[in-house]
Design a protein around this ligand. Structure first.
Ligand SMILES: CC(C)(COP(=O)(O)OP(=O)(O)OC[C@H]1O[C@@H](n2cnc3c(N)ncnc32)[C@H](O)[C@@H]1OP(=O)(O)O)[C@@H](O)C(=O)NCCC(=O)NCCS
Length: 179
């Protein structure tokens, strides 16, 4: 368990899939957090996606439920992954239900995941990718020492238009200085 001031992160359990299913089919949320052509995912697909993690068999990804300490409710989920075993760069992602946004939770979850990457997994660098207009994600990352490393032009397509993304990254010392 990773403890913060506002939330704690615990590994996802099978019973979390119901909420993940609800959130991952939420059109507004998934327009920010996922870039597939539609915003739907079946329970069967989710079960398949998380099966290895639920059994403790995933060497390249950890997904956590973000639990709001005040209410005890699951506020969203987040994950850290690396593309292969022994990679030294990790990639983080997070998404919160609307009612939990704008309260400092996103910045805290980014800090917890980035700290996990450096202090427990001995990663050299942490990266994330988001929509170029996702100010809440960009600021949550900047607060933790991330900087925009590049703007990826017209790489996302939804709602009849192409959209820019940004690639962000932070090194261990930059993360320390931000804390
Ligand atoms: C992105 C997300 C995780 C950020 O978490 P959050 O809890 O809302 O953000 P915080 O309250 O911690 O705020 C972090 C910073 O962003 C700023 N911010 C928050 N919401 C904002 C908004 N809607 N517009 C502009 N800035 C915003 C805050 O002021 C703060 O900046 P500051 O430190 O300069 O004051 C959350 O908004 C979310 O889940 N959004 C939908 C899904 C998503 O976009 N996921 C990321 C996909 S890559």
């Amino acid at each position: 368990m990773l403890r913060g001031k506002l939330v704690y992160l615990r590994g996802i359990e099978r019973h979390d899939l119901k909420l993940l299913h609800q959130l991952e089919n939420d059109e507004e949320l998934m327009e920010w957090a996922r870039f597939r052509p539609d915003n739907t995912v079946s329970m069967e697909e989710l079960e398949k996606r998380y099966e290895d993690e639920l059994k403790g068999n995933s060497p390249t990804r950890r997904t956590f439920a973000v639990v709001d300490k005040k209410t005890g409710k699951v506020a969203g989920w987040c994950s850290i992954r690396w593309w292969r075993a022994f990679y030294t760069t990790a990639d983080v992602g997070l998404a919160l239900a609307k009612e939990f946004r704008g309260k400092g939770i996103g910045a805290e979850v980014t800090r917890l995941l980035t700290g996990l990457a450096f202090d427990q997994y001995n990663m050299h660098k942490v990266e994330l990718f988001t929509r170029a207009d996702n100010q809440a994600m960009i600021r949550s990352a900047e607060r933790n020492g991330f900087r925009v490393e590049g703007r990826i032009r017209e790489t996302l397509y939804f709602n009849g238009k192409f959209h820019d993304g940004v690639q962000m990254g932070v090194l261990r010392e930059e993360f320390r200085k931000a804390g």
